[in-house]
Ligand binder design. Sequence first.
Ligand SMILES: [Ca+2]
Length: 341
Amino acid sequence: MVKIQPPFHIRIADPTDRHPPPKTRGLRRCLHRSAVTLARNVLRRFAIAAPAPMVHVWHVPLRLIFAPSHRACSRAGRILPALLAGLVLLAGCGGQPPAPPKPAAPAAPAVPAYTYQIVHTWPHDRGAFTQGLIYLDGNFLETTGLNGSSSLRRVEPQTGRVLQKVGLPAEFFGEGMTVLADKIFQLTWQNQKGFIYRLDTFAPVGEFAYTGEGWGLTTDGQALILSDGTERIRFLDPATFQVTRTISVMYQGQFLQMLNELEWIKGEIWANVWQTNFVARISPADGKILGLIDFTGLLAPGDRTADTDVLNGIAYDATGDRIFVTGKNWPKLFEVRVVPR
Ligand SMILES: [Ca+2]
């Protein structure tokens, strides 16, 4: 058991980024807004040219993405600018990051920390802004986002070739996807509408509605399991789409937010934590964090371009017990082995 105290790698992009943070209340919005403003000011102060869109990676203490509650926003809005200013100015001056603030709560039990080994590298479409990924019957099913280029596709692993594809109308920003009972279920980000397709032909067979945002989707074989960018994970009845239960994901007594693409792996829910290199292993019973996997370094710097986005997309081959991970606009998709750190 290892107590995890890494810095999260928070990717701060300006509001013209093609996948800006959702317009919801909470600490993450405060963090984003504050960081973008400060990043701009600091870049201006040090006369540093910013690429377009402006993208920077800051090393932010892990606890900053955990919110004691949504009501923390106003308080965080006052605290974060000062804290981030300190971090940014120190970085600009070549100093060391300040010591993280002392936690207010008593120390909670540590969770297992994991890292990874690359088993095999597969090609992946650099133009695929991956939002949902599963492995089924020898191929990947993948959904992609962005208005005007959202899609559902069947992909041949060995070549990355798209074997089958349907697009969404430009008003929809595609999100997570899963398969249950020979039907494909696909979320959209803010349209509160999901699409249902036949598994074999991709022919549309229905739609469904849900409240709030749609981010990740998976299934335990009974329910549709949906993340919405908060700490909540909802279980939906696949026939009525009513919420049957909800869990809140907790880490050391605090909410873990920004839960994104999901995968059901051997009785656990695995979730990409948006804007980080971490995947959380979550208990579907109570939302407890069972482990954190650090995928830092998975995509080599030489494989990155200006369009390369965050880690996103977990798939599991239950037959072969294989785990696959990729990212938005990544040129590669990796089969990985998860090992204790
Ligand atoms: Ca998945």
